[in-house]
Design a protein. Structure first.
Length: 161
């Protein structure tokens, strides 16, 4: 617990008592961390909707492009093309948003493959939209071998011929 200072102006925040100097120091440190992140992290420079593929195409400041099907993004599935085409990039480019649909997505989250809440992502995985599952016989063979302590070797088409 922070000790109560004896001199200077103080501010109480919950159970913490901070001096103005400490608050200024913390603000300066947070500003430095934020500026460093803006210099090093990928940021959106432009975004558009590819109507034919129903993908949002995001140009990043690091020279790469990210394309995500809008139907994978929570809250955008089934939205009209008119609403989907109204994409905005608030400064400084850390996220993209659809104000008419009240939806925002962080660039870092999209790059990490996060298209919504944990529950949304679980539902996408369960529905098979995010991953292609192995054929059932292969899964059963792997489980049976794992129970026996064996490792399944990967084979190539040439080895099987």
């Amino acid at each position: 617990m922070a000790k109560k200072p004896t001199t200077g102006k103080t501010v109480q925040w919950g159970r913490f008592v901070l001096t103005e100097a400490e608050i200024e120091r913390q603000i300066a440190e947070a500003t430095r961390r934020g500026e460093k992140e803006l210099r090093t992290e990928p940021l959106a420079t432009s975004a558009r909707l590819d109507r034919r593929s129903r993908c949002v195409v995001i140009e990043l400041n690091k020279g790469s492009t990210l394309s995500v099907p809008v139907d994978l993004l929570q809250g955008l599935a089934g939205a009209s093309l008119k609403d989907l085409s109204r994409i905005e990039i608030p400064n400084p480019g850390c996220e993209i948003e659809w104000p008419a649909l009240d939806q925002q997505f962080s660039i870092q989250g999209l790059l990490a493959g996060r298209f919504g809440t944990r529950r949304w992502m679980e539902d996408l995985s369960r529905d098979g939209q995010l991953t292609k599952s192995k054929p059932l016989p292969k899964i059963r063979a792997n489980r049976a071998s794992e129970k026996k302590g064996r490792r399944i070797r990967k084979t190539t088409a040439a080895a099987n011929a």
